[in-house]
Design a binder for this molecule. Structure first.
Ligand code: IVH
Length: 673
């Protein structure tokens, strides 16, 4: 075949494959066999290898991935990506409708669809081709994960039809279908790797993988729910779906009952009830339904609050609950020594995944449920990853065979007698220095993403290094050498280099995060930040008394006590000294220090979207100049810092209370910038 012929054949093949890909992955209605499809794909791959210059960047062969992204670029959303307000009852839907009726005079039609439990995505198409796919991020700025999204077969790379707008964005939800998720876990189990707990988090993690060929293998899927652009040829949400469908997107339809139009609350509630009952038969997870005003002109009239559109709400389902048998109770020891009882269950299918363990919280919870081994218990999966035991089937219990559970008195890991402080629900193992899961847990906390975020070093490696006798506290990490690491299993030269480089890089982590990384009890991220501001270096903090500590806004007795105790311990002091010698930051950088007292006595509410600085940065600036941030407007508020898209409710409230609204520029003037 000559070059001209090859080029033509490649274009033909690409078109054919796009077509059959759409039939298979979007319409679930293939016309040809998998074998025929694979043959075409292979022919195209071969031609592309032979004539790389003719290879289309949006070729269907791209679906198998291969491109590596080292760092996902941050990109500002053209339209902010907002969230939905939630409701849980018919009454709340009634209230919502009543609010709508106050604004709108004409009749309202409601579009109802599923609320997919996945990860939001915004895809930009230019001249019919996918050019960018952004995560939600903070709603204003997302991360460009295009290379990974391009491997998802139901997301078109090239649109169907000739009449496509020059540029537009389509938004939807990427999710992990249950069967693909179970298959992934089966593969992992086989290879001795830990299994993933839940499809949504795994979808989110998968989209952040650097190697797109791994993403391609996992089988993610995507439903679209919104087309955004200028002068688009439709006027209702229903037409928006039809439009997206014609372009080749996967959207819900009335035929499969995944979408419907309703004229009143009763019809809406019928849709809700139907899906609450039938959701378990779907091949993917949903956590509710979304109700939207169908007419776009009406949507526009209703507008947005600071966070969400007024023309839509999410009706969230109550968590799913299933019965199973309690086989045993195990006890886990956390990094702070806290004991968590965990139920070992007869495996049961819950919200699409097999559940074998569930949290039992603490001794009181077990006593309250009057749990016994062999009981039939009810397990529920809420928003969190670990399911929980929420009830016992007392009627089903055969009394004679069961004895009440006795809570352990000694640590299952190190044998030390447990303590329980007054007023606390949890038992503790006090052997902080000698109890292995506590030692390991502290180091794992230290390297965590929100703490030192050490690249190239994971939780398993910490366990491995501890077992090998190389480390027993965070300071030991910084003394590791190539010679010590190379002989270990799974430690190739490259991974050793990455690990050491990661440790070196962590010396740049700011003081407030180092403080959080230490794992002082009750000192979470926010508290660490407050402490770092009030005591800008660790020596000042070390010497602080309880009285001085509680003077800091929002630091109470309990936290103060814990900080004093931490620095009263010689081993901790020694570790801090060593970490400091290794070059970690134990003082606040200039730009985090208090700057002035210009805003002393002020209380700010920040609302909307800003041009020059992120909301976090603005909050930081307010605090650096002696002001205070709060979440909602009250009589105590002195200023409302108002950005774009600020909701009228807040505006009205500020006006009612006579609180001045100031713009970003006015604010910057106030602090002299
Ligand atoms: S419409 C302005 N429709 O839920 C927001 N969102 O809490 C318009 N979601 O971030 C969103 N299914 O990721 C919409 N059918 C659906 C949805 C849906 C899931 C997610 C979406 C959004 C979050 C809102």
């Amino acid at each position: 075949m000559g070059p001209d012929e090859a080029q033509q054949r490649m274009a033909e093949l690409a078109k054919e494959i796009h077509y059959h890909n759409h039939r298979y992955y979007v319409l679930s209605n293939p016309e040809i066999s998998d074998f025929e499809f694979d043959m075409m794909l292979r022919e195209l791959q071969d031609l592309e290898a032979q004539y790389p210059l003719f290879a289309d960047p949006d070729s269907p062969t791209k679906r198998v991935g291969g491109d590596i992204t080292h760092k996902f670029e941050k990109v500002k959303h053209r339209w902010p990506m907002m969230s939905l307000s939630n409701t849980y009852s018919k009454e709340e839907v009634v209230d919502w409708e009543a609010r709508i009726k106050k604004t709108l005079e004409d009749e309202v039609v409601y579009a109802c669809e599923l609320k997919y439990d996945g990860v939001a995505i915004g895809c930009t198409y230019r001249n019919g081709r996918l050019v960018q796919a952004l995560t939600r991020g903070d709603g204003t700025t997302g991360e460009n994960i295009s290379t990974n999204v391009k491997t998802i077969r139901s997301v078109p790379l090239v649109l169907k039809g000739d009449d496509v707008p020059e540029e537009f964005e389509v938004r939807g939800e990427i999710y992990f279908p249950f069967d693909a998720f179970e298959a992934l876990n089966a593969r992992r189990e086989e290879q001795g790797e830990p299994v993933f707990a839940n499809p949504r988090n795994t979808a989110s993690g998968t989209l952040k993988l650097q190697d797109s060929s791994v993403v391609a293998e996992r089988g993610l899927d995507c439903f679209m729910y919104q087309v955004l652009g200028e002068r688009l040829p439709f006027q209702t949400h229903e037409e928006n779906f039809e439009y997206a469908r014609k372009l080749g997107f996967k959207v819900p339809s009335r035929a499969d009952k995944m979408f419907t139009l309703c004229r009143n609350i009763d019809e809406i509630m019928e849709f809700v009830a139907y899906w609450d009952q039938h959701r378990t038969s779907l091949p993917f997870a949903i956590d509710g339904v979304v109700i939207k005003v169908n007419d776009y002109r009406q949507q526009e009239e209703l507008g947005f609050t600071a966070k969400s559109p007024r023309w839509a709400i999410a009706y969230k389902f109550k968590a799913e609950k299933v019965p199973t048998i309690l086989e045993d109770v195990l006890y886990q020891v956390g990094r702070t020594g806290a004991i968590t009882p965990v139920a070992k269950l007869r495996p049961v299918l819950l919200a699409g995944t097999v559940v074998k363990r569930a949290s039992l919280h603490n001794a009181d919870q077990i006593a309250k449920l009057d749990l016994r081994i062999g009981d039939r218990v009810f397990v529920e999966k809420g928003g969190e990853i670990i399911p929980k035991v929420v009830g016992v089937d007392l009627d089903g219990r055969k009394e004679i065979e069961t004895i009440p559970l006795e809570y352990i008195t000694h640590c299952p890991e190190c044998g030390t007698e447990l303590v329980r402080n007054e007023g606390e629900a949890q038992h503790f193992c006090p052997n902080a220095e000698g109890c292995p899961p506590q030692i390991v847990g502290r180091m794992q906390h230290f390297i965590g993403r929100k703490a030192m975020n050490i690249e190239g070093l994971g939780e398993e490696t910490i366990e491995q290094l501890y077992s090998a006798g190389l480390i027993s506290n965070p300071a030991d990490l910084y003394g590791l050498t190539k010679e010590q690491l190379l002989p270990l299993e799974r430690m190739a030269t490259k991974s050793v280099e990455n690990l050491l480089a990661g440790l070196e890089a962590s010396k740049e982590v700011p003081y407030e995060r180092v403080l959080f990384a230490l794992g002082i009890r009750y000192v979470g991220e926010t508290v660490a930040r407050k402490l770092a501001r009030a005591f800008p270096d660790v020596d000042k903090l070390k010497e602080a008394s309880i009285e001085q500590l509680v003077e800091v806004n929002e630091i109470g007795e309990r936290i103060a006590q814990s900080v004093v105790e931490y620095f009263g311990n010689e081993q901790n002091l020694q570790m801090v000294r060593r970490l400091r010698e290794k070059g970690l930051n134990f003082e606040s950088a200039e730009d985090a220090l208090p700057v002035s007292e210009k805003l002393k006595g002020t209380t700010f509410v920040i609302s909307g979207v800003f041009q020059k600085h992120s909301r976090d940065k603005l909050k930081q600036m307010i605090e650096q100049h002696g002001g205070k941030n709060v979440g909602s407007i009250s009589a105590k508020t002195t200023h409302v810092l108002a950005g774009d898209n600020m909701g009228p409710a807040k505006r009205n409230k500020a006006a009612d209370l006579g609180i001045p609204l100031i713009s970003e520029n006015e604010f910057l003037e106030m602090i002299g910038e």
